[in-house]
Design a protein around this ligand. Sequence first.
Ligand code: PLP
Length: 434
Amino acid sequence: MNARNDSLPKTNAALMARRTAALPRGVGQAHPLFAQRADNAEIWDVEGRRWIDFCAGIAVVNTGHCHPKVMAAAHAQLDKFTHTCFQVMAYAPYVELCERLNAAAPGATPKKSFLVNSGAEAVENAVKIARAATGRPGVIAFGGGFHGRTMFGMALTGKVAPYKIKFGPFPGEIFHVPFPHALHGVSEDDSIDAIERLFKYSIEASRVGAIIIEPVLGEGGYVPAPLGFLKRLRALCDEHGILLIVDEVQTGIARCGKLFATEHYGIEPDIVTLAKGLGGGMTVSAVVGKAEIMDAADPGGLGSTYAGNPVAVAAALAVLDVVAEEGLCARSTALGETMRKRFSAMKTRFASIAEVRGLGAMTAVEFCRDGDPKQPAADIATALKDEAAKRGLLLLTCGTYGNVLRVMVPLTLSDGVLDEGMDIIEQSLQAIGA
Ligand SMILES: Cc1ncc(COP(=O)(O)O)c(C=O)c1O
Protein backbone atom coordinates (compact mmCIF):
# COMPACT_ATOMS: atom_id res chain seq x y z
CA MET A 1 0.00 0.00 0.00
CA ASN A 2 2.85 2.37 0.84
CA ALA A 3 4.55 1.72 -2.49
CA ARG A 4 1.33 2.60 -4.26
CA ASN A 5 0.82 5.77 -2.18
CA ASP A 6 4.41 6.83 -2.82
CA SER A 7 3.77 6.89 -6.54
CA LEU A 8 0.93 9.41 -6.12
CA PRO A 9 1.53 13.16 -6.47
CA LYS A 10 2.12 15.05 -3.22
CA THR A 11 0.22 18.22 -3.99
CA ASN A 12 -3.49 18.92 -3.81
CA ALA A 13 -3.43 20.52 -7.25
CA ALA A 14 -1.77 17.54 -8.93
CA LEU A 15 -4.17 15.13 -7.23
CA MET A 16 -7.15 17.29 -8.27
CA ALA A 17 -5.95 17.03 -11.87
CA ARG A 18 -5.78 13.25 -11.62
CA ARG A 19 -9.17 13.14 -9.91
CA THR A 20 -10.76 15.30 -12.59
CA ALA A 21 -9.43 13.04 -15.31
CA ALA A 22 -10.37 9.80 -13.56
CA LEU A 23 -13.75 10.54 -11.92
CA PRO A 24 -17.08 11.68 -13.37
CA ARG A 25 -17.99 15.31 -12.65
CA GLY A 26 -21.12 14.25 -10.79
CA VAL A 27 -19.05 13.36 -7.72
CA GLY A 28 -18.79 16.78 -6.09
CA GLN A 29 -16.10 18.09 -3.76
CA ALA A 30 -16.42 21.13 -1.50
CA HIS A 31 -12.69 21.81 -1.09
CA PRO A 32 -9.86 21.00 -3.57
CA LEU A 33 -7.90 19.14 -0.90
CA PHE A 34 -6.68 15.62 -0.22
CA ALA A 35 -6.41 14.29 3.32
CA GLN A 36 -3.29 12.69 4.72
CA ARG A 37 -4.25 12.14 8.35
CA ALA A 38 -6.79 13.34 10.88
CA ASP A 39 -7.09 13.67 14.64
CA ASN A 40 -10.25 14.72 16.48
CA ALA A 41 -11.24 18.06 14.87
CA GLU A 42 -8.14 18.57 12.75
CA ILE A 43 -7.11 17.20 9.35
CA TRP A 44 -3.73 17.48 7.67
CA ASP A 45 -3.66 17.49 3.89
CA VAL A 46 -1.10 15.83 1.61
CA GLU A 47 0.95 19.03 1.64
CA GLY A 48 1.16 18.94 5.44
CA ARG A 49 -1.22 21.88 6.00
CA ARG A 50 -3.44 21.72 9.09
CA TRP A 51 -7.18 22.28 8.72
CA ILE A 52 -9.77 22.82 11.41
CA ASP A 53 -12.67 20.56 10.54
CA PHE A 54 -16.15 22.04 11.05
CA CYS A 55 -17.63 19.44 8.65
CA ALA A 56 -16.86 16.16 10.46
CA GLY A 57 -17.17 14.26 7.19
CA ILE A 58 -20.71 15.70 6.89
CA ALA A 59 -21.79 15.07 10.48
CA VAL A 60 -20.21 11.62 10.64
CA VAL A 61 -17.28 11.74 13.05
CA ASN A 62 -19.33 12.95 16.00
CA THR A 63 -16.77 11.20 18.22
CA GLY A 64 -13.93 12.98 16.39
CA HIS A 65 -11.53 11.69 13.78
CA CYS A 66 -9.75 8.52 14.90
CA HIS A 67 -11.12 8.38 18.44
CA PRO A 68 -8.69 6.01 20.21
CA LYS A 69 -11.45 3.80 21.57
CA VAL A 70 -13.24 3.53 18.23
CA MET A 71 -9.96 2.83 16.43
CA ALA A 72 -8.98 0.16 18.97
CA ALA A 73 -12.34 -1.59 18.60
CA ALA A 74 -12.07 -1.57 14.81
CA HIS A 75 -8.46 -2.78 14.89
CA ALA A 76 -9.33 -5.60 17.27
CA GLN A 77 -12.10 -6.78 14.95
CA LEU A 78 -9.84 -6.45 11.88
CA ASP A 79 -7.56 -9.00 13.46
CA LYS A 80 -10.42 -11.48 13.91
CA PHE A 81 -12.38 -11.38 10.63
CA THR A 82 -13.69 -8.71 8.29
CA HIS A 83 -16.61 -10.38 6.55
CA THR A 84 -18.76 -13.46 6.71
CA CYS A 85 -22.00 -11.91 5.40
CA PHE A 86 -24.32 -11.78 8.37
CA GLN A 87 -27.00 -13.68 6.44
CA VAL A 88 -24.57 -16.59 5.88
CA MET A 89 -22.88 -16.85 9.25
CA ALA A 90 -23.84 -14.34 11.89
CA TYR A 91 -21.66 -12.66 14.52
CA ALA A 92 -22.62 -11.58 18.01
CA PRO A 93 -21.63 -7.86 17.92
CA TYR A 94 -24.22 -7.23 15.18
CA VAL A 95 -26.92 -8.57 17.51
CA GLU A 96 -25.54 -6.55 20.42
CA LEU A 97 -25.63 -3.34 18.38
CA CYS A 98 -29.26 -3.99 17.43
CA GLU A 99 -30.14 -4.72 21.06
CA ARG A 100 -28.55 -1.47 22.16
CA LEU A 101 -30.34 0.54 19.49
CA ASN A 102 -33.64 -1.15 20.40
CA ALA A 103 -33.16 -0.21 24.04
CA ALA A 104 -32.16 3.37 23.28
CA ALA A 105 -34.75 4.22 20.61
CA PRO A 106 -37.51 6.64 21.64
CA GLY A 107 -40.74 5.17 23.00
CA ALA A 108 -41.78 2.20 25.11
CA THR A 109 -43.00 -0.15 22.36
CA PRO A 110 -40.62 -3.12 21.92
CA LYS A 111 -38.23 -2.51 19.01
CA LYS A 112 -36.29 -4.51 16.44
CA SER A 113 -33.38 -3.28 14.31
CA PHE A 114 -31.21 -4.39 11.45
CA LEU A 115 -28.13 -2.96 9.81
CA VAL A 116 -27.32 -1.80 6.30
CA ASN A 117 -24.55 0.31 4.78
CA SER A 118 -25.59 3.90 4.11
CA GLY A 119 -28.20 6.46 4.95
CA ALA A 120 -29.93 6.01 1.63
CA GLU A 121 -30.05 2.25 2.09
CA ALA A 122 -31.59 2.68 5.53
CA VAL A 123 -34.25 4.98 4.06
CA GLU A 124 -35.00 2.55 1.22
CA ASN A 125 -35.50 -0.21 3.74
CA ALA A 126 -37.65 1.91 6.04
CA VAL A 127 -40.03 2.54 3.14
CA LYS A 128 -39.99 -1.14 2.12
CA ILE A 129 -40.97 -2.11 5.66
CA ALA A 130 -43.68 0.57 5.87
CA ARG A 131 -45.19 -0.72 2.63
CA ALA A 132 -44.98 -4.33 3.81
CA ALA A 133 -46.57 -3.46 7.15
CA THR A 134 -49.39 -1.30 5.80
CA GLY A 135 -49.94 -2.70 2.33
CA ARG A 136 -50.18 0.94 1.22
CA PRO A 137 -47.96 2.48 -1.46
CA GLY A 138 -48.07 6.24 -0.81
CA VAL A 139 -45.31 8.15 0.96
CA ILE A 140 -45.41 11.80 2.00
CA ALA A 141 -42.10 13.66 2.37
CA PHE A 142 -41.13 17.30 2.90
CA GLY A 143 -39.86 20.04 0.66
CA GLY A 144 -36.21 20.63 1.51
CA GLY A 145 -35.88 17.11 2.87
CA PHE A 146 -32.91 14.97 1.85
CA HIS A 147 -33.04 11.20 1.98
CA GLY A 148 -30.20 10.00 -0.25
CA ARG A 149 -29.14 9.41 -3.82
CA THR A 150 -30.69 6.01 -4.55
CA MET A 151 -33.75 6.00 -6.78
CA PHE A 152 -36.26 6.06 -3.92
CA GLY A 153 -34.07 8.29 -1.75
CA MET A 154 -33.91 10.81 -4.59
CA ALA A 155 -37.62 10.56 -5.15
CA LEU A 156 -38.29 11.33 -1.48
CA THR A 157 -35.77 14.17 -1.50
CA GLY A 158 -37.37 17.58 -1.73
CA LYS A 159 -34.48 19.38 -3.40
CA VAL A 160 -34.18 19.26 -7.18
CA ALA A 161 -30.71 20.77 -7.72
CA PRO A 162 -28.37 18.98 -7.71
CA TYR A 163 -29.91 15.74 -6.50
CA LYS A 164 -32.70 15.04 -9.00
CA ILE A 165 -31.64 16.85 -12.16
CA LYS A 166 -31.51 14.50 -15.18
CA PHE A 167 -32.27 11.40 -13.09
CA GLY A 168 -36.03 10.97 -13.42
CA PRO A 169 -38.56 9.52 -13.83
CA PHE A 170 -38.82 8.63 -10.17
CA PRO A 171 -40.92 5.99 -8.43
CA GLY A 172 -44.55 7.05 -8.14
CA GLU A 173 -46.87 7.67 -5.20
CA ILE A 174 -44.50 10.13 -3.50
CA PHE A 175 -45.84 13.52 -2.49
CA HIS A 176 -44.12 16.56 -1.01
CA VAL A 177 -45.51 19.13 1.40
CA PRO A 178 -43.75 22.25 2.75
CA PHE A 179 -41.58 21.89 5.87
CA PRO A 180 -42.55 24.43 8.54
CA HIS A 181 -40.07 27.31 8.65
CA ALA A 182 -41.32 30.65 9.97
CA LEU A 183 -38.49 32.61 8.31
CA HIS A 184 -39.82 31.61 4.91
CA GLY A 185 -43.47 32.06 5.84
CA VAL A 186 -44.44 28.41 6.37
CA SER A 187 -46.18 27.72 9.68
CA GLU A 188 -46.94 24.38 11.32
CA ASP A 189 -50.58 24.89 10.32
CA ASP A 190 -49.54 25.44 6.69
CA SER A 191 -47.67 22.12 6.66
CA ILE A 192 -50.50 20.17 8.26
CA ASP A 193 -53.03 21.85 5.94
CA ALA A 194 -50.88 20.85 2.95
CA ILE A 195 -51.09 17.21 4.01
CA GLU A 196 -54.84 17.45 4.51
CA ARG A 197 -55.11 19.01 1.05
CA LEU A 198 -53.03 16.17 -0.45
CA PHE A 199 -55.69 13.79 0.85
CA LYS A 200 -58.24 15.80 -1.13
CA TYR A 201 -56.24 16.55 -4.29
CA SER A 202 -53.80 13.68 -4.85
CA ILE A 203 -54.14 10.51 -2.79
CA GLU A 204 -56.63 9.24 -0.25
CA ALA A 205 -55.20 8.92 3.26
CA SER A 206 -56.01 5.20 3.29
CA ARG A 207 -53.47 4.61 0.49
CA VAL A 208 -50.64 6.44 2.29
CA GLY A 209 -48.27 4.05 4.07
CA ALA A 210 -45.80 6.50 5.57
CA ILE A 211 -44.83 10.07 6.25
CA ILE A 212 -41.06 10.56 6.40
CA ILE A 213 -39.47 13.56 8.11
CA GLU A 214 -36.09 14.75 9.33
CA PRO A 215 -36.52 16.30 12.80
CA VAL A 216 -34.05 18.93 11.62
CA LEU A 217 -33.76 19.42 7.86
CA GLY A 218 -30.17 18.55 6.96
CA GLU A 219 -29.22 19.35 3.37
CA GLY A 220 -32.35 21.50 3.33
CA GLY A 221 -30.80 24.10 5.61
CA TYR A 222 -30.50 22.85 9.19
CA VAL A 223 -34.07 23.86 10.01
CA PRO A 224 -35.39 22.30 13.24
CA ALA A 225 -39.03 21.26 13.09
CA PRO A 226 -41.00 23.31 15.64
CA LEU A 227 -41.19 21.34 18.91
CA GLY A 228 -44.93 20.65 18.64
CA PHE A 229 -44.88 19.66 14.98
CA LEU A 230 -43.89 16.02 15.32
CA LYS A 231 -46.70 15.51 17.87
CA ARG A 232 -49.18 16.86 15.32
CA LEU A 233 -47.75 14.58 12.65
CA ARG A 234 -47.92 11.65 15.05
CA ALA A 235 -51.59 12.38 15.72
CA LEU A 236 -52.36 12.75 12.02
CA CYS A 237 -50.59 9.45 11.26
CA ASP A 238 -52.48 7.68 14.05
CA GLU A 239 -55.79 9.05 12.80
CA HIS A 240 -55.21 7.61 9.33
CA GLY A 241 -53.19 4.44 10.07
CA ILE A 242 -50.08 5.96 8.48
CA LEU A 243 -46.59 5.07 9.76
CA LEU A 244 -44.24 7.84 10.85
CA ILE A 245 -40.65 7.36 9.69
CA VAL A 246 -38.15 9.70 11.30
CA ASP A 247 -34.96 10.01 9.26
CA GLU A 248 -32.24 10.53 11.86
CA VAL A 249 -29.37 9.83 9.47
CA GLN A 250 -27.90 13.28 10.10
CA THR A 251 -29.56 14.27 13.40
CA GLY A 252 -28.83 11.09 15.34
CA ILE A 253 -26.00 9.91 17.63
CA ALA A 254 -25.81 13.02 19.85
CA ARG A 255 -25.58 15.50 16.96
CA CYS A 256 -28.65 17.33 18.33
CA GLY A 257 -27.94 16.94 22.04
CA LYS A 258 -29.73 13.60 22.46
CA LEU A 259 -28.87 10.18 21.09
CA PHE A 260 -31.96 10.54 18.87
CA ALA A 261 -33.11 14.09 18.03
CA THR A 262 -36.67 12.70 18.22
CA GLU A 263 -36.27 12.65 22.01
CA HIS A 264 -36.68 16.45 21.95
CA TYR A 265 -40.12 16.03 20.41
CA GLY A 266 -41.72 13.61 22.89
CA ILE A 267 -43.09 11.19 20.32
CA GLU A 268 -42.52 7.57 19.38
CA PRO A 269 -41.81 7.08 15.68
CA ASP A 270 -42.78 3.81 14.00
CA ILE A 271 -39.44 3.53 12.20
CA VAL A 272 -36.17 5.45 12.61
CA THR A 273 -33.19 5.51 10.25
CA LEU A 274 -29.65 6.05 11.52
CA ALA A 275 -26.30 6.26 9.73
CA LYS A 276 -23.50 8.88 9.71
CA GLY A 277 -22.49 9.24 13.40
CA LEU A 278 -23.29 5.62 14.18
CA GLY A 279 -20.06 4.15 12.81
CA GLY A 280 -17.78 6.99 13.87
CA GLY A 281 -16.33 7.03 10.34
CA MET A 282 -16.92 3.38 9.48
CA THR A 283 -19.71 2.41 7.10
CA VAL A 284 -22.84 1.25 8.89
CA SER A 285 -26.45 2.35 9.07
CA ALA A 286 -29.50 1.04 10.87
CA VAL A 287 -33.25 0.76 10.65
CA VAL A 288 -34.88 0.71 14.07
CA GLY A 289 -38.61 0.32 14.55
CA LYS A 290 -41.54 -1.10 16.44
CA ALA A 291 -41.01 -4.85 16.50
CA GLU A 292 -44.36 -5.79 15.01
CA ILE A 293 -43.86 -3.41 12.08
CA MET A 294 -40.24 -4.47 11.50
CA ASP A 295 -41.37 -8.09 11.27
CA ALA A 296 -43.69 -7.33 8.34
CA ALA A 297 -41.05 -8.15 5.70
CA ASP A 298 -40.62 -11.85 4.92
CA PRO A 299 -37.32 -13.71 5.53
CA GLY A 300 -34.78 -12.80 2.85
CA GLY A 301 -36.54 -9.52 2.05
CA LEU A 302 -34.09 -7.46 4.09
CA GLY A 303 -30.31 -7.35 4.21
CA SER A 304 -27.38 -7.04 1.82
CA THR A 305 -24.02 -8.71 1.25
CA TYR A 306 -22.00 -6.14 3.18
CA ALA A 307 -24.63 -4.92 5.63
CA GLY A 308 -23.50 -4.73 9.24
CA ASN A 309 -19.82 -5.13 8.40
CA PRO A 310 -18.10 -6.56 11.49
CA VAL A 311 -15.40 -3.87 11.65
CA ALA A 312 -17.99 -1.10 11.33
CA VAL A 313 -20.19 -2.79 13.94
CA ALA A 314 -17.26 -2.96 16.37
CA ALA A 315 -16.65 0.74 15.77
CA ALA A 316 -20.35 1.54 16.28
CA LEU A 317 -20.46 -0.26 19.62
CA ALA A 318 -17.43 1.79 20.69
CA VAL A 319 -19.10 4.98 19.44
CA LEU A 320 -22.12 4.31 21.68
CA ASP A 321 -19.75 3.74 24.62
CA VAL A 322 -17.85 6.94 23.90
CA VAL A 323 -21.05 8.99 23.58
CA ALA A 324 -22.13 7.76 27.03
CA GLU A 325 -18.73 7.85 28.75
CA GLU A 326 -17.75 11.30 27.48
CA GLY A 327 -21.19 12.82 27.94
CA LEU A 328 -21.37 13.82 24.28
CA CYS A 329 -25.10 14.58 24.36
CA ALA A 330 -24.52 17.25 27.01
CA ARG A 331 -21.42 18.42 25.14
CA SER A 332 -23.46 18.71 21.95
CA THR A 333 -26.03 20.87 23.74
CA ALA A 334 -23.33 23.08 25.21
CA LEU A 335 -21.53 23.42 21.87
CA GLY A 336 -24.75 24.44 20.16
CA GLU A 337 -25.46 27.07 22.80
CA THR A 338 -21.94 28.50 22.59
CA MET A 339 -21.96 28.63 18.81
CA ARG A 340 -25.42 30.14 18.52
CA LYS A 341 -24.53 32.77 21.13
CA ARG A 342 -21.53 33.80 19.07
CA PHE A 343 -23.45 33.69 15.80
CA SER A 344 -26.25 35.77 17.35
CA ALA A 345 -23.65 38.38 18.33
CA MET A 346 -22.34 38.28 14.74
CA LYS A 347 -25.92 38.79 13.51
CA THR A 348 -25.89 42.25 15.11
CA ARG A 349 -22.72 43.09 13.12
CA PHE A 350 -23.42 41.54 9.72
CA ALA A 351 -26.59 42.60 7.92
CA SER A 352 -26.76 39.51 5.71
CA ILE A 353 -27.34 37.11 8.61
CA ALA A 354 -31.08 36.52 8.43
CA GLU A 355 -31.32 33.73 10.99
CA VAL A 356 -29.25 31.76 13.48
CA ARG A 357 -30.80 28.41 14.39
CA GLY A 358 -30.18 24.84 15.39
CA LEU A 359 -30.77 22.01 17.81
CA GLY A 360 -27.92 20.76 19.97
CA ALA A 361 -24.67 21.10 18.07
CA MET A 362 -26.51 21.14 14.72
CA THR A 363 -26.15 24.84 14.02
CA ALA A 364 -26.82 27.04 11.00
CA VAL A 365 -26.61 30.60 9.83
CA GLU A 366 -28.82 31.67 6.93
CA PHE A 367 -27.66 34.51 4.68
CA CYS A 368 -30.04 36.79 2.82
CA ARG A 369 -29.33 40.12 1.18
CA ASP A 370 -29.95 42.79 3.84
CA GLY A 371 -31.39 40.03 6.01
CA ASP A 372 -34.48 39.86 3.76
CA PRO A 373 -35.71 36.22 3.55
CA LYS A 374 -37.03 36.94 0.06
CA GLN A 375 -33.46 37.51 -1.13
CA PRO A 376 -31.49 34.36 -0.28
CA ALA A 377 -27.76 35.02 -0.74
CA ALA A 378 -25.97 31.83 -1.74
CA ASP A 379 -23.03 33.96 -2.91
CA ILE A 380 -22.39 35.15 0.65
CA ALA A 381 -22.49 31.61 2.08
CA THR A 382 -20.10 30.41 -0.63
CA ALA A 383 -17.79 33.41 -0.20
CA LEU A 384 -17.66 32.70 3.54
CA LYS A 385 -16.78 29.04 2.92
CA ASP A 386 -14.00 30.04 0.53
CA GLU A 387 -12.64 32.85 2.71
CA ALA A 388 -12.59 30.59 5.79
CA ALA A 389 -10.71 27.97 3.78
CA LYS A 390 -8.00 30.53 3.02
CA ARG A 391 -7.63 30.83 6.79
CA GLY A 392 -7.50 27.08 7.45
CA LEU A 393 -11.12 26.26 8.36
CA LEU A 394 -13.26 23.70 6.52
CA LEU A 395 -16.93 24.69 6.22
CA LEU A 396 -19.92 23.49 4.22
CA THR A 397 -23.04 25.21 3.00
CA CYS A 398 -26.55 23.81 2.51
CA GLY A 399 -30.15 24.92 2.18
CA THR A 400 -32.87 25.00 -0.43
CA TYR A 401 -31.28 28.18 -1.79
CA GLY A 402 -27.68 27.18 -0.99
CA ASN A 403 -27.47 30.18 1.34
CA VAL A 404 -26.90 28.47 4.67
CA LEU A 405 -23.69 27.84 6.59
CA ARG A 406 -24.04 24.60 8.52
CA VAL A 407 -21.64 23.84 11.31
CA MET A 408 -20.94 20.19 12.04
CA VAL A 409 -18.15 20.12 14.58
CA PRO A 410 -16.92 16.82 15.98
CA LEU A 411 -18.55 16.77 19.42
CA THR A 412 -15.19 15.95 20.97
CA LEU A 413 -13.42 19.09 19.78
CA SER A 414 -11.66 21.22 22.39
CA ASP A 415 -12.89 24.68 23.38
CA GLY A 416 -9.63 26.04 21.97
CA VAL A 417 -10.21 24.62 18.49
CA LEU A 418 -13.87 25.69 18.63
CA ASP A 419 -12.86 29.28 19.42
CA GLU A 420 -10.20 29.22 16.72
CA GLY A 421 -12.78 28.15 14.14
CA MET A 422 -15.43 30.61 15.31
CA ASP A 423 -12.86 33.44 15.20
CA ILE A 424 -12.04 32.49 11.60
CA ILE A 425 -15.73 32.61 10.68
CA GLU A 426 -16.07 36.08 12.22
CA GLN A 427 -12.90 37.35 10.51
CA SER A 428 -14.07 35.87 7.21
CA LEU A 429 -17.48 37.56 7.46
CA GLN A 430 -15.67 40.82 8.03
CA ALA A 431 -13.31 40.16 5.10
CA ILE A 432 -16.12 39.42 2.61
CA GLY A 433 -18.19 42.38 3.79
CA ALA A 434 -21.15 40.25 4.84
C1 PLP B 1 -31.29 12.91 6.56
C2 PLP B 1 -30.49 12.12 5.59
N1 PLP B 1 -31.01 11.00 5.09
C3 PLP B 1 -30.33 10.23 4.21
C4 PLP B 1 -29.06 10.60 3.79
C5 PLP B 1 -28.32 9.74 2.83
O1 PLP B 1 -27.25 9.15 3.48
P1 PLP B 1 -26.05 8.51 2.63
O2 PLP B 1 -25.35 9.65 1.98
O3 PLP B 1 -25.23 7.80 3.65
O4 PLP B 1 -26.67 7.59 1.66
C6 PLP B 1 -28.48 11.77 4.30
C7 PLP B 1 -27.14 12.19 3.87
O5 PLP B 1 -26.72 13.30 4.02
C8 PLP B 1 -29.20 12.54 5.21
O6 PLP B 1 -28.70 13.68 5.73
